[in-house]
Design a protein around this ligand. Structure first.
Ligand SMILES: [Zn+2]
Ligand SMILES: [Zn+2]
Ligand SMILES: [Zn+2]
Length: 130
């Protein structure tokens, strides 16, 4: 297999992990789910290129880690992922909440680039457990 083909396959492998995930994943989570080991720099670069392509968006969790999740209808250079993310205190999964965030009225001179926020609580699964 030539180098370019192998690279495409590697990217597909990472995309599959994100596609199959029901929640947002941090880089370590993604690395752990990959069929074979990948060095951190390669994985980071792949995730970065997905972000540039409008396929994946990233955001910070309240633990300081960067999380990645599949985009729905973003395109290259145009992300519109202004939805909140929800972290469950019980199972620690982070999910995209597919509800657009109401734009905050800002004082003049401020311009919003991203309004994603993080909500912390209990997910339906954990809530139903007891
Ligand atoms: Zn996006
Ligand atoms: Zn939960
Ligand atoms: Zn999201």
């Amino acid at each position: 297999m030539d180098k370019a083909k192998r690279h495409t396959k590697t990217k597909q492998m990472v995309m599959d992990v994100l596609d199959n995930a029901q929640s947002a994943l941090c880089q370590e989570d993604i690395g752990a789910r990959l069929a074979r080991e990948m060095d951190r720099v390669t994985l980071y670069r792949i995730l970065q290129s997905f972000c540039d392509d409008g396929k994946v968006h990233k955001f910070f969790g309240d633990n300081g880690k960067t999380y990645y999740a599949r985009c729905r209808d973003c395109s290259t250079g145009h992300h519109h992922d202004n939805h909140p993310h929800f972290r469950c205190l019980q199972c620690d999964t982070i999910t995209c909440i597919a509800r657009p965030l109401a734009a905050q009225p800002l004082p003049s001179g401020y311009r919003t680039a991203s309004a994603a926020s993080l909500i912390v609580g209990y997910c339906p699964e954990c809530e139903n457990e007891g």
